[in-house]
Ligand binder design. Structure first.
Ligand code: ASP
Ligand code: MG
Length: 590
């Protein structure tokens, strides 16, 4: 019999009427011939109420007691849900995380799942029960109650769906699906029929708060089809599966992160280990760094720019100043009036002419690009905050995201059910949520082109990349950052065989645009680490930097995404770098 997991978030069980409505949905699903497992969050804002209560007593509640407290929210919901189901004439039974056997580590308030026992759930499902599992909680080895971090019921739901091999995992929430961009920011946003795990991970990291990132990583790792939908209607929502909605389209979604800060450290001696020093100091302050752009240094000096959430700027400044002194860098600068606009799409990995379309749209709207960073499936630019909303609108329009794409052609692969192979990984890794590195790769086929002295005004990037596209030139990694005296420098990689042609092409363009010198380096190697869990295991980049620094390898360019971290290093060090990374990640190969 098919098995459906249905997760109801806090707003979907906020009062007894809503609990009854959720119970009816589950019963209908069961009557349609499915086994049903419900996962339920705390009612409404109950978790916040409990957090506030604790705060009235102490500034520093012990994490163990916090978990004891917060887990009661879900315990209330599951009991009421079981009563509601019984009152409607069906069989419901509630179980806590401990009763299910959700074993976690002992990191209270953000525990990771280690294993789940399925026997009891299976037996009850086979006996015709609707099983109601408390979300967000588990127990550690000593039977202490743990919680999985705020929003963790999503993770519980997808994890249970994975171990039970459920046919789908439905996430009932107060929005009716995943949109091409936040509809509150842009009414033209369109609800997607389907989105891929990788795109959803990127969009979630850009603030699409529909689902917990850890739950999406889980879904990806165990190939659980996730259906995000409204609990208040029966209209289908958005399926999160392996394939995107329209595999031929370059861009699936766009996002604006309004409150960012840009930090630049200039004049860093261009030697191995500098990124490690800088970013481990920032990580030690629990600040998540994004859009790292390290530009190739002139005369043995490099500049590193990166963004952090505006609220974290103060903590970041301390870390950067420490690093500046330690590294003997020239100076650091920051500004907090910037926003990040990104486009995301699995399709862009196979297409050219995506970046220039984005840059053109921004140029036509008169928007200056302060910084650019690309990854396989994402292009992000940093703009002045006052132009952020306009930039989002321009980009959404340029890729016609409001338009419904044609349905996938017949025969196009659709979502597969959860496959069992993935479960074998679990046993091997011990912990289900461990970082899994799927690939460590060396690409020695590329070369780098750098344009110095790029004037800081709208339209330059558009003209450069349109010219490149018109010349039929394929480009891969693109980075641009503001360096000394408001002069940006821009680097990108091209196939090595095309280097001379690309330099000639770009030199012509650069001159006409008032840029400085164009240089090329045939000797680069691109190293990448891909996997699942890079989002929640933020130390991946740092581990890479440490491994490379330990081998005396200098990092020239960096770019990061949710599923991959790329670095460009000296071309003669490619093999050594690969070896160092393989050793550094040997314990987590999937
Ligand atoms: N009740 C928990 C929270 O509010 C878990 C959840 O809702 O997913 O964070
Ligand atoms: Mg919640």
């Amino acid at each position: 019999m098919p098995l459906v997991v249905q997760k109801f978030g806090g707003t979907s069980v906020a009062d007894s009427q809503k609990i009854l409505a959720a119970a009816r949905k589950a019963i209908r699903t069961q009557q349609a011939g499915n086994q049903v497992l419900m996962v339920v969050s705390a009612m409404g804002k109950n978790t916040d109420v409990l957090v506030d209560l604790a705060a009235e007593l102490t500034d520093r509640p012990p994490a163990r007691e916090m978990d004891m407290l917060l887990s009661t929210g879900e315990q209330v919901s599951v009991a009421l849900m079981a009563m509601a189901i019984g009152s409607l004439g069906a069989k419901g039974i509630s179980l806590t995380g401990g009763q299910i056997g959700i074993r976690t580590d002992s990191t209270h308030t953000k525990a990771r799942i280690k294993s789940i026992s399925t026997e009891r759930m299976r037996r009850l499902l086979d006996e015709g029960y609707i099983v109601i599992a408390a979300g967000f909680q588990g127990i550690d080895e000593d039977l202490n109650i743990t919680t999985l971090g705020r929003g963790g019921s999503d993770t519980t739901a997808v994890a249970l769906a994975a171990v039970l091999g459920a046919d789908t995992c439905e996430i009932y929430t107060d929005v009716d699906g995943v949109y091409t961009t936040d509809p509150r920011l842009l009414p033209a946003a369109r609800k997607m029929r389907q989105v891929s795990y990788d795109e959803m991970l990127e969009l979630a990291s850009l603030g699409a708060g529909v689902m917990h990132s850890r739950a999406i990583e889980f879904g990806k790792k165990f190939v659980v089809p996730i259906h995000v939908r409204s609990s208040f209607t029966d209209i289908p929502g958005t399926m999160i599966v392996a394939e995107p909605e329209a595999p031929d389209l370059a861009v699936s979604g766009a996002a604006l992160v309004k409150d960012e800060a840009l930090v630049t450290l200039c004049g860093i001696p261009d030697t191995p280990g500098t990124s490690l020093t800088l970013f481990s100091k920032i990580a030690a302050r629990n600040v998540a760094v994004d859009m790292i752009v390290q530009n190739v240094g002139a005369a043995g000096f490099a500049d590193i720019s990166f963004t952090v959430p505006r609220d974290d700027l103060r903590a970041t400044r301390d870390a950067v100043e420490e690093a500046r002194l330690e590294l003997g860098a020239a100076y650091c600068a920051d500004r907090e009036d910037v926003s990040k606009v990104s486009v995301v799409g699995l399709g862009m990995a196979r297409q050219t002419g995506v970046a220039d379309r984005m840059f053109r749209a921004l140029a036509e709207a008169g928007i200056n690009i302060l910084m650019i960073a690309t990854s396989e499936i994402k292009i992000s630019v940093l703009v002045n905050r006052e132009q952020g909303a306009e930039a989002l609108r321009a980009v959404h329009r340029a890729f016609a995201l409001e338009r419904e794409p044609a349905p996938p052609r017949a025969g196009t692969a659709q979502s597969q059910p959860a496959h069992r192979d993935a479960l074998a990984i679990v046993t091997r890794l011990q912990g289900m949520e461990d970082l899994t590195i799927s690939d460590i790769a060396l690409d020695e086929t590329q070369a780098r082109v750098t344009i110095a002295g790029v004037p800081d005004r709208p339209g330059i990037a558009a003209r450069v990349f349109e010219g490149i596209a018109a010349g039929g030139q394929f480009v891969d990694m693109i980075v641009q950052s503001i360096g000394h005296e408001e002069q940006a420098s821009m680097s990108f990689t091209v196939p090595r065989a095309d280097l001379d042609k690309a330099v000639a092409l770009v030199s012509g363009l650069a001159k006409g645009l008032g840029c400085g010198a164009v240089s090329g380096s045939p000797r680069i190697a691109k190293l990448s680490v891909s996997g699942v869990g890079l989002r929640s295991h933020t130390d991946v980049a740092i581990r890479m930097f440490r491994a490379l620094a330990g081998t005396g390898i200098n990092v020239e360019m960096i770019n990061t995404s949710e599923v991959r971290v790329n670095v460009v290093v000296d071309g003669q060090k490619g093999q050594a770098g690969l070896k160092a990374l393989q050793d550094a990640f040997a314990d987590v190969r999937g």
